[in-house]
Ligand binder design. Sequence first.
Ligand SMILES: Cc1cc2nc3c(=O)[nH]c(=O)nc-3n(C[C@H](O)[C@H](O)[C@H](O)COP(=O)(O)OP(=O)(O)OC[C@H]3O[C@@H](n4cnc5c(N)ncnc54)[C@H](O)[C@@H]3O)c2cc1C
Length: 157
Amino acid sequence: MVGDVAGPELHTHTAHYQGEMAVMIALGDGTKPDLHAIPRATYTDPETASVGLMVDQAKEKGIDAVEFTQDLGTSAKGYVAQAEGHITIVVDRANHTLVGTFMAGPAVSEAIHEAVLAVKVGIRIEVLADTIHAFPTASRVFGTACIEAARSLAKPS
Ligand SMILES: Cc1cc2nc3c(=O)[nH]c(=O)nc-3n(C[C@H](O)[C@H](O)[C@H](O)COP(=O)(O)OP(=O)(O)OC[C@H]3O[C@@H](n4cnc5c(N)ncnc54)[C@H](O)[C@@H]3O)c2cc1C
């Protein structure tokens, strides 16, 4: 099955991906669908976007998760767009990878894809923190959250 009827989430992009996967599998391609990093976007004002698990969901799965939040409204992007918002990241303390990201603010449905890739392939938070993000963007606020997380995780507990 593909699309809404198959789940696990109801989005056009998920239905499209599953359709492509179904064709490839039917043609004998050895591909395996990977649905653990599905972007979610809601085109409200402000936009919201997310991927992965919230901190409580992660803890329920036994992950040693911690969250970090940056206010987007007081960032350069917030001033330029005159918009409110936030970016929250959830990080696995054990392996320093991104477990989830939750965004509200201008253009976050575009900015979420760096987090989608990071959750999909398990990019370490230190790599995301060391990545240069354009100024002034929502992505840069995401980068600042990653810097805060990397610094916090580097401190001896
Ligand atoms: C108001 C609204 C806004 C949305 N906005 C977004 C968005 O911005 N981004 C996003 O990613 N997702 C959005 N979605 C969700 C998205 O539309 C669905 O996830 C997507 O269309 C699922 O594709 P599908 O092929 O599984 O189902 P559908 O697109 O619903 O296609 C199923 C098709 O099967 C047909 N059908 C049903 N029964 C039969 C039958 N017995 N025989 C023959 N044909 C049949 C239907 O007529 C329909 O054409 C939105 C949904 C709604 C309702």
